[in-house]
Ligand binder design. Sequence first.
Ligand code: CP3
Length: 345
Amino acid sequence: MKNNKLFLQTLNGEITDKIPFWYMRQAGRYLPEYMEKRKTAGSFLDLCYAPDFAVEVTLQPLRRYQMDAAILFSDILVVPHALGQHLEFRQGEGPVLTPVNTADKINRLGMEGFHEHLAPVYETVRRLHKEIPETTTLIGFAGAPWTVATYMVAGHGSTDQAATRAMAYQDEAAFQRLIDLLVVSTSEYLCRQIKQGAEVIQLFDTWAGNLPDDQFRKWAIEPVRKIIQNIRAVYPDTPIIGFPKGAGCRYPEYIHATGVSAVSIDTTMPLEWVRDHIQPLCPVQGNLDPLLLVAGGEMMENRVKEILDCLGKGAFIFNLGHGIVPQTPPENVARVSEILRNYKK
Ligand code: CP3
C-alpha cells in the first residue's frame, strides 16, 4: 500500500529525501499554552481522562512545529490505574501509587472494568485520528511491563529501581504474575488504540538499562516479545517502535528477539556504532540530548547536524534520546524543527 506519510514510509524502510521528526514529550509543561490549559483541567490525571483536553494538548505542539507525528496525550501509568491500583500525581512529586509488592496485592489486581476505565483514552485516539493533518502520523503508546512494574512495586519513581529488582529475585513467581498481567492488559490496550486509529505504537521501557543481562532478557525482552506477538496476531501491519532506554550493546539482541519494527535510541549511544550495528537491522529513531534543547545555540545546532550526517542516509527518524524537559525554551524547539524541515539528504 502506497502511503503519503513520511514517517510511515521511513518506518517501512523506504529511503526518502526528507527526514521525519517528532519529540518525545512534545506536549507538556515547556509550552505556555499547555500550562494555560492545565490550570483549568484539575489534576494531571483528570487531563489524561478528558478527551477534549487531551486532544487539544496533543495538537498544540503540531501547530507550532509541524512534526511528522503526533503522540497521544496520556501517561504510561493509566494502565496500573485501570488494573485497580491507586494512583495520584502530586505537584512537584511525580506519580504516587499504593505499592503492589506482595503476591496478595498482585492477586487483587485484575482486568474487570479495565476497558471501561480507559474508554476516554480510546475516545481521544478516535478524535485525534480525525483531527490531525493528513500528512501527520498518529502514535499510540504504552509503558513496557518492566518500567510500569517499577512504579507499581515501589509506589513511586526511583533512579535505581532497587525495590523492583529485589522483588524480581526474591519472589520471582509473584513478580512473573504481575508481568504476565501487564503483558495481557497492555496488549489489549494497544490493540484498542490501533482499532481507534493509532497508526504506530511506541513502547517506553525507560528503566530497561539497569537490568543485568539475564534479567534484561526475562523482564525487558520477553514481555515485549509477547506483546508484539499479540498485537501482530490482530494487526500485522502496524509498526511498533521499542525504546529500551540504556540497553547499550544489547540493542541488536533486543531487536532480533522482540521483533520490533524500529528502535528509539537514547543519548548515550555512539552514532557510528548505531549506524554500523543497529541501522542495518531496522529503522532508528533518536537521539539528541534533551539538555542541548535547553542550552540551545551553536552547540545544539552542530549536534543536530552531526546526527543527521551520520544516520540520515539510512532509515532514520529524528527525535530526542529522552523526553523534553519542562525548562526547555520553545524557541530552541522551533530552531531544531526549522533545521529538520530544511534538511535535504
Ligand atoms: O507528549 C508526549 O510525549 C505524550 C505524553 C506522555 C506523558 N508521559 C505525559 C506526561 C508520555 C509518552 C509519557 C510517558 C511516560 N510517563 C514515561 C516513559 C517515558 C519517559 O519519560 O521516561 C514515564 C516513565 C512516565 C511516568 C511519569 N509521568 C512520571 C515519572 C511523571 C512525573 C515526572 C514529570 O515529568 O512530571 C509523569 C507525569 C507526566 N506525564 C507529565 C506529562 C506531560 C507531567 C505532568 C504535569 O503536567 O504536571
